[in-house]
Ligand binder design. Sequence first.
Ligand SMILES: NC(=O)c1ccc[n+]([C@@H]2O[C@H](COP(=O)([O-])OP(=O)(O)OC[C@H]3O[C@@H](n4cnc5c(N)ncnc54)[C@H](O)[C@@H]3O)[C@@H](O)[C@H]2O)c1
Length: 248
Amino acid sequence: MAKFQDKVVVVTGGASGIGASVAEAFQREGATVAVLDIRLPEASARSSAVRYHECDVASETSVEECFDTVLSDLGSVDVLVHCAARVGVSAPFHEVTAEAWNSYIDVNLTGSFLVSRAAASRMVANDTAGRIILIGSVNSFASERNAAPYASSKGGVRLLTRSAAIDLARYGITVNMIAPGPIVTPPLEEKFATPELTRIFDRVMPGGKPGRPGDIASTALFLASPEAAFINGADIVVDGGMLAQILN
Ligand SMILES: NC(=O)c1ccc[n+]([C@@H]2O[C@H](COP(=O)([O-])OP(=O)(O)OC[C@H]3O[C@@H](n4cnc5c(N)ncnc54)[C@H](O)[C@@H]3O)[C@@H](O)[C@H]2O)c1
């Protein structure tokens, strides 16, 4: 029997990049997968086995409605993998507008709260020993130039993970964060192959190159598996050793 045969897995941000790879991995392992994303793929690019729902993770109403639909269609929420985020750099710190700041905090931090609360409340009500997996970043630990809104939002996701983990442990629910380093997703393929970025990766990545979406998907599969039942409130850094290095 496939590992997640009888499980309902909600993947936010599953229309693209890492989320799409996570959705595909759980589907391959037999799960019923619901993707929640603000921008759904063209009908021709969708998998017939996946349920797609248009959802803005920064909107409480949108998130609650989507989880109600998933629950009434599929009967439970067993696993949440929250990948949706506003990514990218903004401006030097002294030029960051309040609007830019709020847009990262709304989507990345408040969105993580709204989505994990929506999953957790339904898991508790249904007596489901569920798994909540939030996608942070190496920027949950260290920043870079022009990244104050993104890095601050991702730092917040780290403590949100721990706070939720503590409160939900008595219900048999675990909450963990995966912190990816640079991952070559299809939308980033061209950018990551430029000579400038190739040089940067050669310097900052101990192995000289970025990771692949499957590196994050396999970690999510592990955290959702019975073998990971005692891992809770943890940060799992999946970065090829990037954060381990201070100088090269
Ligand atoms: N790719 C990397 O190098 C990398 C590195 C570290 C962390 N991450 C994290 O991994 C996760 C996935 O990143 P990715 O590279 O696959 O990005 P991506 O841009 O390819 O995918 C993000 C998805 O989130 C969706 N989304 C954006 N705003 C939304 C909203 N308000 N509501 C619902 N959906 C929304 C987008 O439509 C998109 O499908 C993010 O949390 C990102 O911060 C990525």
